[in-house]
Design a protein around this ligand. Structure first.
Ligand SMILES: [Zn+2]
Length: 161
């Protein structure tokens, strides 16, 4: 008889332990390591305070979120480009209850869509700054990157007035 250890599935590595303790499938911030994602350059740039995405050198296509393959021509030779750090609030909403696990203490908070100045992209993200009920469609916001607190970085928007 073959021991079970030789016939069972190969051991699977666990995702890195997070100080916040959020279960992996409920964690809204992506894992950023080379083992977890081919978009590591995106997160490396966030650490440097730069919001970026990919551009296809063949057809000029700029996508959001960044890709590892061009959806049009299927090349994997994509370029990284920095995105503008200013934009305008296209639409917003507020999370007043039922916040994602780990964000319960942050309620209420605003989320929204932002049109970046000079880029053909509309990004979703958290809106910081003034309270959600004082926000206005069309108002200027800026991109900011922040330390999630467990070694990961992410982006959000902040009102500028
Ligand atoms: Zn392409």
């Amino acid at each position: 008889m073959i021991p079970a250890a030789e016939t069972g599935p190969a051991p699977v590595s666990s995702p890195p332990k997070k100080e916040r303790g959020t279960p992996f499938l409920l964690d809204f911030v992506p894992l950023e390591g080379e083992k977890e994602t081919r978009l590591k350059p995106f997160f490396d740039r966030l650490r440097e305070g730069r919001l970026s995405t990919t551009k296809c050198p063949r057809d000029g296509r700029i996508d959001w979120p960044p890709r590892v393959t061009c959806p049009r021509c299927h090349t994997e030779s994509l370029e990284w480009i920095d995105l503008p750090d200013q934009g305008r609030l296209y639409a917003f909403s507020a999370v007043l209850g039922g916040a994602p696990l780990g964000m319960e203490s942050e309620v209420p908070f605003a989320v929204g869509l932002v049109d970046l100045d000079g880029a053909p992209l509309r990004l979703y993200g958290r809106i910081e700054g003034r309270p959600w009920n004082e926000l206005a469609v069309g108002e200027p916001v800026r991109v900011e990157t922040y330390d999630v607190g467990d070694g990961r970085f992410f982006y959000r928007f902040r009102t500028v007035r």
